[in-house]
Ligand binder design. Structure first.
Ligand SMILES: NC(=O)c1ccc[n+]([C@@H]2O[C@H](COP(=O)([O-])OP(=O)(O)OC[C@H]3O[C@@H](n4cnc5c(N)ncnc54)[C@H](O)[C@@H]3O)[C@@H](O)[C@H]2O)c1
Length: 252
């Protein structure tokens, strides 16, 4: 069990990737704090973990709110007294398919708040708990679009911001034995896409993307979860400041 004795917070834990990470970490013995704006969804994942003798509790928090982030970490400090691992997964593209001539300030603010600002503030709060104990593993969620993506201007900029923030944090936290890395997945097959696009459009999109990836399929949530597990475990204790592309070789 690679995470036995460790306490981990996962944000976005009710989602497709977040719930896969939660289940994977639970199997490896971590005590989990699962957070999401969707508290019911977190509770469902918690129940599944407990049915398999894992340890998990749920805490609702909207990561757009600084106050709710601060309260979330205060609750962890009070209940667990420690935090070894933070996986910042909450996010998503709130302004897909906009044209270069119609980028709006509202959309920029929404995507930067949800994806970048939330990650930066959560890391700040985590560091306050991790630094005195001289131990921490932070895994942030970027995306392959950090390299740039047509029609995803503010989302790609936010995910690019996460990549540079991750490297900056890694530089300053190494001396405290805190590693900071980011995941950059290509397209992942998650329920939210099927729901938003409908089965037919989703199948067409995923087939088209898969045909461009050398491994000829899109990612599954478990592919991302296994990479998060590696970076959160002591197997990766000498790896920091890295952006790990989980892309089936896309954009090589
Ligand atoms: N699915 C992909 O293809 C893909 C690829 C690269 C990166 N990502 C990133 O992975 C992460 C997870 O995405 P997913 O594919 O599992 O989608 P998802 O929609 O299933 O998961 C996102 C989760 O974040 C939560 N969330 C949204 N707004 C929130 C808020 N304000 N406060 C707290 N929680 C909030 C949602 O409730 C949801 O549970 C996101 O950061 C996304 O940008 C996804």
């Amino acid at each position: 069990m690679r995470l036995r004795g460790k306490t981990a917070l996962i944000t976005g834990a009710a989602g497709g990737i977040g719930s896969a990470v939660a289940l994977c970490f639970a199997e490896e013995g971590a005590t989990l704090v699962l957070s999401d704006i969707d508290l019911d969804g977190c509770q469902t994942v918690c129940r599944e973990i407990r049915e398999h003798d894992g340890k998990a509790w749920a805490a609702g928090a909207d990561v757009i709110s600084e106050e709710e982030i601060v309260d979330l970490f205060a609750a962890i400090r009070k209940t667990e007294g420690r935090l070894d691992i933070l996986v910042n997964i909450a996010g998503g593209d709130l302004d897909p398919f906009s044209g270069a001539d119609s980028i709006s300030s509202e959309a920029i603010d929404r995507n930067l708040s949800l994806n970048l600002r939330s990650c930066m503030l959560s890391c700040r709060e985590a560091v306050k708990i991790m630094q005195p104990r001289k131990y921490g593993r932070i895994v942030n969620m970027s995306s392959l679009v950090y390299r740039g993506a047509e029609q995803q201007f503010s989302y790609a900029a936010a995910k690019g911001g996460i990549a540079s923030f991750t490297r900056s944090l890694a530089l300053s936290l190494g001396q405290s034995n805190i590693t900071v890395n980011a995941l950059a997945p290509a397209l992942v097959d998650v329920p939210v896409f099927r729901k938003a696009l409908g089965s037919e459009r989703w199948e067409a999109l995923s087939r088209e993307c898969a045909s461009r990836y050398p491994l000829k399929r899109v990612a599954r949530p478990i592919d991302v979860a296994k990479a998060a597990l590696f970076l959160a475990s002591d197997d990766a204790s000498f790896i920091t400041g890295q952006i790990l592309e989980i892309s089936g070789g896309a954009r090589l």
